[in-house]
Design a protein around this ligand. Sequence first.
Ligand code: SAM
Ligand code: SF4
Ligand code: SF4
Length: 392
Amino acid sequence: MSDRFIPLIDERSLTHPLLVPQNAVQAKGILSDQRQRPLRDLRISVTDRCNFRCQYCMPKEVFDTHYKYLPHADLLSFEEISRLSQLFVAHGVKKLRLTGGEPLLRKNLEVLIAQLSRLKTPDGGPLDITLTTNGSLLSKKAQSLKDAGLQRITVSLDAMDDQIFKRMNDVDYPVEDVLAGIASAQKAGLGLDAQGHFSGLKINMVVKRGTNDQEILPMIRYFYGKGMSLRFIEYMDVGSTNGWQMKEVLPSKELIERVAQSFDIEPLQSQVAGETAKRFGFKNKLGQLDPSLGEIGVISSVTEAFCGDCNRARLSTEGKLFLCLFASEGYDFKRLLRSGANDEELTSAIAQVWGQRQDRYSEIRAHTTTLGESAPKDSLTKPRVEMSYIGG
Ligand code: SAM
Ligand code: SF4
Ligand code: SF4
């Protein structure tokens, strides 16, 4: 085998102590961490299992038949997820993203979506509920997800070329089936906005230099004119198993320069604070921005840290709250829930945990890692949870 690093400890067992604070805290619709960042976005991992083995996320060598996934009793139930979500929403969370692992593998996920879609923000508004999927079960599930109340969806697709895509998912899964899933999502009206564009239907492509960067332009050509948003994600050093190397990262700046040689694009204003993607629109033949052509976005998690306004928390499959994608320990909300904590105690615990938050991993990495160096140093080398467990 290559130089892949396989962890000898299971980071899932690392847990920050989580005690109910002495003084009860009321939810006021806004929380602030140590760097004055609010909590707006909760990503919920509903399963740690997946039917793909993307090399950058769940490499086959590690996630093989011997890998111990969480037993069902350790997963948060739908009722537990809904109860916690409601308390997070009271603290100002406006967006819930279901993820995993592959979220569509969780049985009866529609039941959870229906429960979540009944939640309201403190001022009575609707929540933004979305889901990230590899698309493999979408043809079957798009309509029932929509009927359950899902509004938006993100589908991951890393290449148009079948051979390259199969190599990346490592289970021989064909492009054609993901495209069929995307078509079903459109047919069900997932992501359709008032203007008749699919602005809430996003396609995520992780770009690895030397593996699929030749697929950037074919991907744009395929999705051009379909009203969707195609986003290019820099390959990240999440987890400890993917053998990440800086030389395999294609900086977004370089990606945009390449795209601009073939397409007339223009930067778009950000829509909401804490937006992870820098967005670009396409101009039509008259030189005007035309939303019906769709848009592209770049997520520069490695080369341009956006920790400064990171308003995201992640709830792992077994109910641990992680304050950063690169954290090594989570706060065990499942234990608190199952010990009989009441809503006031849980609300206070959320406020305490977020109030202490200082995380800014990407900023620290940016200061210590320069292009060409392969390994992050010192504080950056603590064991980290896998993305399939914590949720992307
Ligand atoms: N299975 C679903 C999927 O693939 O869309 C949801 C979970 S996946 C962990 C969420 C997102 O994280 C996907 O878009 C995936 O491509 C991205 N991702 C996983 N590992 C990554 C890495 N090392 N660098 C950048 N993005 C990654
Ligand atoms: Fe599965 Fe998504 Fe990870 Fe690929 S990126 S292995 S589809 S969880
Ligand atoms: Fe947020 Fe952590 Fe990513 Fe920074 S590194 S943007 S704090 S998740």
